[in-house]
Design a protein around this ligand. Structure first.
Ligand SMILES: Cc1ncc(COP(=O)(O)O)c(C=O)c1O
Ligand SMILES: N[C@@H](CCOP(=O)(O)O)C(=O)O
Length: 464
């Protein structure tokens, strides 16, 4: 199993899983994808197996270069820390409608599922290579907390997280800024998540800097994140399909990593049906899928801040898939995007995407209504990101979607208590294990969205 960049022509350099994981972004600025899709042998036999076992099988399929037994060992350790024995339990909320709860990890968001695995894989790979690494991550709220939780205190890793100042919830921020481990640096950037992500990509594009600090990534540009997330599509689709109709998924979407993980599970042979991209008012992906025109129009602050994104990194992976691996097309479209311009999808690419993906966007009112409605109907409290997903699920049903439909519950409602309370009148509380979080001292640097300034802060961290 070898990997190539979405921007590299066939016959170019290929990479192993470990190189891909430690490299983060491909040297040419593209994203790594496998040269072919591995299949899960005897996939039906995985139905009902423990989450860690399925996760290890998925990982092994993509990472044959890991030492024997490593996939099982890291998966067992990673998921032992989750607050629910199923790790990612399904909860039924309608006749054929389900929520997949992905928030039972240490920082109450779906990012923990991948990050707990990734932290352990990094630790072992760096130890084998006898090297250190500086991870720089951009977050719109959840990736940062999950990354810091997974990497704090590791001697071979320094981790710097860039978050958009004032644009994430207080609980999200505190998951990051109250951590005192010396290998952690939090930076509040004057700008949006897109600015933070652009800074990360610019650091990767600076070869000298990349080598100087031994730069690594844990955003979903890192292929290992996507592989780890594919596991919950495998477990849940096998559970619900049982040899019958494939299972469709409604995925609250920002950086397009989570929904792309659904495609990966499908490509591996899991019974995954349609993939529904659910966006908030930052609807660039919904517009692109409906009209073929991918056109930026500025980021609005919403009650689902983790999805306040315009430049969705993993859309590039979908463009590569939809163009049949045509790197020249991907390079051309990405050049438009880098220049802040829109681009058009060809009719052929649109039609290929439309065979597997649909999309819906939710207004702020629709998100509030979804939180209220589900609470009134079922007593369940959901977070605003999950509400974006449930709104899309209802729209998909109105448009005639049949068969089992799973909406990903991507965060615990207690991460967004103000938004939930405003919509439902109920203020969700944090689990007792997090009692100290809201009173703990915070530490972060506020910096402008300036590459040189942020690079200097990362250099200082790397030298600690
Ligand atoms: C709670 C929550 N929901 C949904 C998303 C969107 O996921 P993705 O960026 O993989 O599309 C995010 C951020 O990634 C998130 O933190
Ligand atoms: N919503 C994310 C944004 C980064 O996404 P990632 O999946 O690429 O790490 C966040 O919460 O930080």
């Amino acid at each position: 199993m070898r990997y190539r960049s979405t921007r590299a022509d066939p016959g170019g350099r290929t990479f192993s899983f470990t190189e891909v994981m430690l490299g983060g972004l491909a040297p040419d600025g593209g994203l790594f994808l496998p040269e072919s899709w591995p299949q899960l042998d005897d996939v039906e036999a995985l139905a009902g197996k423990p989450f860690a076992e399925v996760s290890a099988r998925v990982l092994q399929a993509f990472a044959p270069d890991l030492p024997g037994g490593e996939a099982e060992a890291v998966a067992q350790a990673a998921y032992a820390r989750f607050g629910h024995p199923a790790v990612a339990p399904l909860v039924q909320h309608g006749a054929d409608d389900f929520l997949l709860e992905l928030f039972h990890g240490p920082t109450l968001a779906f990012k923990d599922v991948a990050m707990q695995l990734l932290g352990r894989l990094f630790e072992r790979a760096l130890e084998r290579a006898g090297r250190r690494m500086t991870i720089v991550a951009a977050t719109s709220g959840d990736t940062g907390g999950a990354a810091i939780e997974a990497l704090a205190g590791l001697s071979a890793v320094r981790v710097c997280v860039l978050h958009p100042k004032g644009r994430i919830s207080e609980v999200q921020r505190r998951f990051m800024t109250t951590v005192t481990a010396p290998n952690v640096l939090n930076v509040a950037v004057e700008g949006t998540f897109d600015d933070c992500q652009a800074l990360v990509k610019a650091m990767f594009a600076d070869d000298a800097f990349r080598d100087e600090v031994s730069l690594g990534a844990v955003n979903s540009i890192n292929w290992a994140r996507i592989v780890a997330q594919a596991a919950y599509y495998v477990t849940s689709s096998l559970h619900l399909a049982r040899g019958g109709a494939p299972v469709s998924y409604c995925v609250p979407t920002g950086n397009f990593g989570d929904v792309f993980a659904g495609l990966v599970a499908k490509r591996m042979g899991a019974p995954v049906g349609r993939l529904i991209v659910a966006t908030n008012e930052n609807d660039i992906l919904d517009r692109a899928l409906r009209t073929g025109l991918h056109e930026p129009k500025g980021v609005a602050a919403t009650t689902s801040p983790s999805m306040d994104i315009q430049v969705s990194s993993n859309f590039e992976r979908l463009l590569f898939e939809a163009s049949d691996g045509d790197a020249a097309t991907v390079r051309a479209l990405m050049a438009h995007q880098a220049g802040g311009r829109g681009f058009d999808l060809s009719a052929a690419m649109r039609s290929r995407i439309g065979e597997e993906f649909s999309s819906y966007a939710a207004s702020g009112e629709a998100v509030d209504a979804a939180m209220r409605d589900v609470r009134e109907a079922t007593g369940m409290t959901i977070d605003p990101h999950t509400a974006v997903g449930l709104h899309a699920a209802a729209q998909a049903r109105e448009d005639g979607l049949e068969g089992p439909l799973v909406t990903l519950a991507t965060a615990h409602p207690a991460k967004f208590p103000d938004a939930v309370e405003a919509a439902t009148g109920y203020r969700p509380g944090l689990p007792p294990r997090l009692d100290g979080l809201m009173g703990a001292k915070e530490r972060y640097d506020a910096l402008p969205a300036d590459l040189g300034v942020v690079q200097n802060a990362v250099r200082e961290l790397a030298g600690r």
